[in-house]
Design a protein around this ligand. Structure first.
Ligand code: ZN
Length: 139
């Protein structure tokens, strides 16, 4: 199993439309569109930063995990996503090392990536997302 890079940093915001002007126009990042991830009840806007992305996460319902995060902590960094080439192996590694996993099996996130979250109690207070490119992707 190899760890490739920071794939993206997820930032929880109340409204993407309010924050997009800063990231796109103020900071000058390339806006790559947005997508609804129904399972997590969020809309995600993608902004390219070199090989990585910033993802702005906006809740689309009150029971979205992002809505809960916002009401508890306000807007800010929600998670850091680390890209790996074998997410099952990465999860096994975490279990062997006693890390607390939110997802013991990968699920499907934005861009059809296979993702799994590691609990902040095991990581120094940061929600870590492991992610792997979809296996059927040709590139
Ligand atoms: Zn993410």
């Amino acid at each position: 199993m190899t760890v490739d890079k920071i794939d993206h940093i997820g930032i929880a915001v109340e409204k993407i439309d309010d924050m997009l002007p800063y990231y796109r126009d103020g900071l000058g990042l390339e806006y790559r569109g947005s997508e609804v991830v129904a399972e997590q009840k969020v809309r995600v806007a993608f902004l390219q930063v070199g090989e990585s992305r910033i993802e702005l996460l906006e809740p689309i319902s009150r029971d979205s995990p992002i809505a809960k995060f916002l009401s508890k902590r306000g807007s800010g960094i929600h998670h850091i996503a680390i890209k790996v080439d074998d997410i099952e192996q990465a999860l096994r590694c975490h279990e062997e090392n006693g890390a607390v996993l939110i997802d013991k099996k990968p699920r499907i996130g934005a861009h059809d990536m296979r993702i799994a979250f590691v609990h902040p109690t095991s990581t120094g207070g940061v929600l870590i997302e492991l992610c792997e490119e979809p296996q059927d992707s040709a590139h």
